[in-house]
Design a protein around this ligand. Structure first.
Ligand code: IDP
Ligand code: MG
Length: 160
């Protein structure tokens, strides 16, 4: 089945999802990836990566005037992260729901942060907040050739 015939390309979005260093250290990589896989989004890119301060600062540039910015940059660069590009219709907003509120104590049970974290400064996962930021962040974290174009055999069982 050709996906392009079922879903208009314009509706397909990409979200940059990142397991933060605490998620990697706590052994939550499989658990977190699994939630996006089971939901039915398409994995386009995946790598374990130690990021530089420059890259972390660029990624979070909208927060550069916040008092927590220096500790946020230390946190994100404190160990390897897992970088992912996920694709699908509505993936950006849906991923934010799967992830839950920024403060894990306010995140609903059933969400990643609601189930797996307790503090805003250790909230285990990042998800893009708009389709435009999804594109921007994927371009920032992945080099050309690191994303895969592929068709999942599940697609006709996910999209009518
Ligand atoms: P989001 O990750 O839910 O989109 P943002 O407001 O964009 O939340 O903040 C980005 C990240 O910055 C958060 O996920 C969290 O790691 C960190 N952060 C946000 N607010 C605070 C804070 O008040 N204290 C410490 N870290 C914070
Ligand atoms: Mg954000």
């Amino acid at each position: 089945v050709q996906r392009g015939r079922i879903v208009a390309a314009a509706e397909v979005e990409q979200s940059y999802i990142m397991i933060k260093p605490d998620g990697v250290q706590r052994g939550l990589v499989g658990e977190i990836i699994s939630r996006f896989e089971k939901k039915g989004f398409l994995l386009k890119g995946l790598k374990l990566f130690q990021c530089s301060k420059d890259l972390a600062q660029e990624h979070y540039k909208d927060l550069k005037d916040k008092p927590f910015f220096p500790t946020l940059i230390n946190y994100i660069t404190s160990g390897p992260v897992v970088c992912m590009a996920w694709e699908g219709v509505g993936v950006v907003a849906s991923a934010r729901k799967l992830i839950g509120a920024t403060n894990p104590l306010q995140a609903e049970p059933g969400t990643i942060r609601g189930d797996l974290a307790v503090q805003t400064g250790r909230n285990v996962v990042h998800g893009s907040d708009s389709p435009d930021n999804g594109k921007r962040e994927i371009a920032l974290w992945f080099k050309e050739g690191e994303l895969c174009e592929w068709e999942s055999v599940q697609t006709p069982w996910l999209i009518e």
